[in-house]
Ligand binder design. Structure first.
Ligand code: ZN
Length: 136
């Protein structure tokens, strides 16, 4: 069950420069920049109402985000949907025929768990699912 659009991610060549651009566009300051070494990305977040915008820059040689930008240019990379129970959601979507990139959740930013659905099952849009860390 999807709760909301958690964030929209944009692939950028330079997260710092893009963060300055979007600060001007939105009239708000970015949140903290975060580096995710396992994903080989650097991300800048903007809190916008109940949702967020994420600027994603690839880091290191031959990283997937860099390859994406080489092929398609900067722009929309994925839409992230917040779900309550990520393993159960993946099980249901797999049973419904959605091609999964991640069949088991992996660690995301800020202590979340995430998994991606393949764009070929979602009209060409890369979908990320996120489950927030339990507040218990
Ligand atoms: Zn994301």
């Amino acid at each position: 069950m999807v709760r909301r659009i958690e964030h929209i991610a944009i692939a950028v060549k330079d997260a710092e420069a893009s963060a300055r651009l979007f600060e001007t566009l939105f009239g708000v300051s970015r949140g903290q920049m975060e580096t995710l070494p396992d994903e080989r990305v650097k991300v800048a977040f903007f809190e916008l109402g109940g949702s967020r915008l994420e600027l994603v820059e690839g880091i290191g040689a031959d990283n997937p985000m860099g390859k994406f930008i080489q092929k398609r240019g900067e722009g929309l990379h994925h839409i992230c949907l917040e779900v309550e129970d990520l393993p159960e959601t993946l099980r249901l979507l797999h049973a419904a025929g959605f091609p999964l990139i991640d069949s088991v959740p992996k660690p995301g930013s800020r202590g979340t768990k995430v998994a991606f659905l393949h764009p070929r099952g979602c009209n060409g849009v890369l979908i990320e699912l996120v489950e927030q860390p339990s507040r218990a």
